[in-house]
Design a protein around this ligand. Structure first.
Ligand code: SF4
Length: 378
């Protein structure tokens, strides 16, 4: 068992579920191989002790040979009432811009082309660091970090997640508009469209502020894709408050919204409240919001029809090896015919021929200039 709840419960979990082999907190993920070897020796392993972040545990998570995640800040100082993270992952600890850049340079040397900078609340990046770095070229905010790492040779695309509406700035949007490698995709959870629920969640912003942020993003980057997270059936949520969430979604029309029905997490304030909603209300609201999510994703996909998009090719399509798959800059998964051996890691210009709610199909027009000398296409 791995994750924040595993970290929080630790050995207590072994007593409750004695057949567990391993209980592991998120900060120990990079030790998984060692921990599993320990398990194979016949040991029951608990790896949940708090770790002070040091550079040797910041190895990037890699989900392909093309894209990599790089942690820039660990922990979270927020106190969202439903969330187990602050009690488990501890206070914010930012890595230095120099360490992040060095890691990106290393990844570029290994052939990675796209980096996603990661933090639970990435807009908090740098506020625990001293005011200026030794290089003295920048202050320490996420915006400054983007300017600092933007020109790492070999890295072609940069993304970041997860944004927090409480701290999201116009300066950051401007940087995204100015810096060509930063992709036009924002993941900004709103969680609820109702101010009373947002207050009960301890989120620290209003639905109006959230709307203003999205307006600003669209003012600078009209085609940006916007994804979000939402929680329905939070304790005490009325039907009218749930309707406010649907209304906010209808007004904004998201490219993708990750949804969840509220589920109590041990040791969090909201889990103790008595106004929990019945399971059937949770399920009903979840189904209704998910219907809207698919509808909006389909609507947002329509704009890609017949458009020319640049796709960074990541892998073969697991369902059809005659096709490769990659993403638009706006993060839409896109399939097209081609050989992965020739195309992996390359930026290919594609005309979109078919759109679906969550993915696209295209046909190759040409490789980018950089890849023009590449082998012939299928
Ligand atoms: S900002 Fe995110 S990680 Fe931090 S407490 Fe809130 S939900 Fe949890």
């Amino acid at each position: 068992m791995a994750g924040c709840v595993a970290q929080q419960e630790g050995e207590a979990l072994l007593r409750r579920v004695p057949e567990l082999d391993l209980v592991m907190g998120p900060q120990h993920a990079n030790r998984l191989q060692d921990l599993l070897e320990d398990v194979f020796q016949g040991n029951q392993v608990v790896a949940t002790e708090p770790v002070h972040i040091m550079e040797d545990i910041t190895k990037p998570r890699r989900d392909s040979q093309v894209t990599a995640w790089v942690n820039v800040i660990y922990g979270c100082n927020e106190r969202c009432t439903y969330c187990v993270v602050p009690g488990v992952r501890g206070l914010e600890q930012s890595r230095t811009p120099e360490a992040i850049r060095a890691e990106m340079e290393d990844l570029a040397r290994q052939g990675y082309k796209e980096i996603t900078l990661l933090g639970q609340n990435i807009d908090a990046y740098g506020r625990d660091l001293p005011g200026a770095t030794a290089a003295g070229r920048h202050q320490n905010t996420l915006t400054d970090l983007l300017y600092f790492v933007h020109d790492v040779p070999g890295i072609e695309r940069i993304r970041f997640a997860t944004s927090h509406p409480r701290y999201f700035t116009e300066r950051l949007i401007r940087a995204c508009a100015e810096l060509p490698k930063v992709c036009e995709h924002f993941h900004i959870p709103f969680q609820s469209g109702n101010n009373e629920i947002l207050k009960a969640m301890g989120r620290g912003y209003s639905a109006e502020k959230y709307r203003r942020i999205i307006d600003k993003v669209r003012q600078y980057l009209p085609d940006a894709s916007i994804s979000a997270d939402a929680i329905v059936a939070f304790p005490g949520e009325t039907e009218a408050q749930f309707q406010d969430t649907l209304k906010l979604m209808e007004d904004i029309c998201f490219d993708l919204t990750n949804t969840a029905a509220y589920s109590p997490r041990p040791g969090t304030p909201a889990a103790q409240w008595e106004n929990q909603l019945p399971e059937e209300v949770k399920l009903d609201r979840l189904q209704r919001i998910n219907h809207l999510v698919s509808h909006q994703a389909a609507e947002r996909s329509l704009r890609y029809q017949d458009r020319i998009e640049t796709i960074l090719v990541e892998a073969a399509n697991p369902k059809d090896p005659s096709q490769v798959m990659g993403r638009t800059r706006t993060n839409r998964l896109t399939f097209f015919r081609g050989k992965i051996a020739d195309l992996q890691g390359k930026v290919v210009t594609v005309k979109v021929t078919e759109v679906r709610p969550f993915s696209l199909t295209g046909a190759v027009l040409e490789l980018s200039e950089r890849d023009a000398a590449a082998p012939a296409l299928v």
